[in-house]
Design a protein around this ligand. Structure first.
Ligand code: NAD
Length: 486
């Protein structure tokens, strides 16, 4: 039994509502998804204000990452809900003839979603959409590090969604730990690996399945680019993929670049040019770059720059403003590989460039490190693309752009190895919060004696055929239309 911590009432209500079957109704699921659409339409300005207050996000960036994407995902779920919920028929082996089988989608129950601060609305609502679409009751714990957003999440969800089936609990690690003392039917966690371990350990006690959406260092391999048009577009996209989403505080932001030694001077020059074009001479005044979330992260990033050998590798930027928690876009050339900036997830606007003799060496460089959430390749060289796909492992791999894979409902989003496990977005979110139940139906009309003892070798032969073929294949073999070997 969990100690009394104030959540018993909420959890009991969620469990009862789930048991009542209310959240399983297609009409309930649709109503909640429509509720999310109304919430984002009617409370857009509150959301934008909160994102600006907590993270300094420009309203255009905030709309793109945390409103537009969620509206897109809710509409996508509404458009596909009927198809996702439908049962699917399955083929059966001869051994079970005559029978029919189906795969039935069933919700898991009461699910806990713990989200991170860098995209407080996106990272809360993307999994909520999947959990609701799949017919679950939901409890959300947003991050305490974006407190205004957390409060707007709690208030708007209370106003627009059915609170008997969807609740928000606000608070920090203590609240998270208290929640984890309870039994859930699924825990969906977005955050760092340290807390991921805590979540998984707590879940193990109840054998609760978990999805861990963690982070890591996402490399961008930048090949030699000769065309001036391609060079310009690639550099603009690299800047966007590093600084354009929450100022580099994004799990799929480019963490560092790997490039040819001979191409590095051109790359640095172009990066500087386009950083200036994007953010001007005084990036803080551009208001187009998010601030660092808090003092602790600001100091952590400053310390990364202070390490021996790192400061001297700065080739652009490096200035910061503690009062406004702002660090300007910074580029470093060949910082030591054993420095923290090259061993820990940066999560901020610092961009190390590591130079290599041959661009193909980037594959071994990536393989020697933990699996990232995303690998990016800026190259049109098909052989290099193939080598990167075949020989590196990551949640996703994107060529000639960055971050953009996040908005594709048709692509699973999630990590592998150190960057987490489980996946979501689009249909994958529905599957993450569903159990696909095997349903088999038989009648009594026909019954094969070879399945019952007493055993003999004839029964063994029949069993071998019965287990090997489905009955359509067996009929085709009998008719001579298919060979036995296949
Ligand atoms: P975090 O792990 O510190 O916190 C995440 C959530 O866990 C917060 O809600 C926090 O309150 C809660 N928490 C903290 N301690 C807890 C405890 N002991 N028990 C229960 N809950 C607890 O992560 P963060 O700083 O919010 O986010 C940054 C990290 O998240 C980075 O590593 C980043 O890469 C990763 N991230 C991953 C994704 C993704 O989609 N894969 C997205 C965003 C961020």
């Amino acid at each position: 039994m969990a100690a009394m911590d104030g959540f018993e009432g909420e959890l009991k209500e969620l469990r009862e509502v789930f048991k009542s079957g209310k959240t399983r109704e297609a009409s309930w699921r649709r109503a909640q998804l429509h509720g999310i659409l109304s919430l984002f339409k009617e409370r857009e300005s509150d959301i934008l204000k909160a994102l600006n207050q907590d993270l300094g996000k420009h309203h255009v960036e905030a709309y793109r990452d945390e409103i537009g994407t969620v509206i897109k995902s809710a509409n996508y779920a509404l458009g596909n809900l009927k198809k996702w919920m439908a049962s699917k028929s399955a083929k059966l082996p001869l051994a079970s003839f005559p029978a029919s089988a189906k795969l039935v989608q069933e919700p898991l129950g009461v699910v806990l979603i713990i989200s991170a601060w860098n995209f407080p609305f996106g990272l809360s609502f993307e999994p909520i959409i999947g959990a609701i679409a799949a017919g679950n009751a939901v409890i959300l714990k947003p991050s305490e590090l974006s407190p205004t957003c957390s409060s707007v999440l709690a208030n708007t969800i209370r106003d627009y969604l059915d609170n008997s089936g969807i609740k928000v609990v606000e608070g920090g690690s203590d609240v998270g730990e208290n929640l984890l003392r309870h039994k859930f039917d699924k825990i969906f966690f977005t955050g760092g690996p340290r807390v991921g371990e805590i979540v998984m350990t707590a879940a193990a006690k109840f054998l609760t399945p978990v999805t861990l959406e963690l982070g890591g260092k996402c490399p961008a391999v930048v090949d030699f680019i000769s065309s001036s048009w391609d060079k310009k577009i690639a550099v603009k996209r690299i800047i966007w993929g590093k600084y354009g989403a929450c100022g580099g505080q994004a799990c799929i932001a480019i963490d560092y670049i790997l490039t040819h030694k001979k191409f590095a001077p051109t790359l640095v020059e172009l990066l500087q040019k386009y950083i200036k074009k994007s953010f001007g001479d005084n990036p803080m005044e551009s208001h187009s770059l998010a601030k660092i979330v808090n003092k602790r992260h600001f100091s952590r990033l400053k310390q990364l720059l202070e390490e021996p050998g790192v400061k001297s590798s700065i080739v652009y930027g490096g200035k910061s403003d503690e009062q406004n928690l702002f660090i300007e876009p910074t580029i470093l050339l060949d910082p030591p590989l054993d420095s923290l900036i090259m061993t820990e997830e940066i999560f901020g606007p610092l961009l190390p460039i590591i130079t290599l003799e041959k661009i193909e060496d980037s594959v071994e460089f990536i393989r020697a490190r933990p699996n990232p959430l995303a690998v990016y390749g800026f190259t049109t060289n098909q052989n290099l693309q193939k080598k990167m796909i075949a020989e590196t492992s990551s949640g996703a791999i994107t060529f000639n752009d960055a971050i953009i894979q996040y908005v594709a409902d048709t692509l699973p989003f999630g990590g592998v190895g150190g960057s987490g496990f489980g996946r979501y977005h689009g249909k994958y979110s529905f599957e993450t919060f569903s159990h696909e139940k095997a349903v088999m139906r038989r009648g009594y009309l026909i019954d094969f004696g070879f399945r019952y003892p007493p055993w003999n070798n004839k029964k063994l032969q029949l069993l071998k055929s019965g287990l090997r073929y489905d009955y359509i294949t067996l009929v085709l073999i009998k008719l001579g239309l298919k060979s036995k070997a296949c």
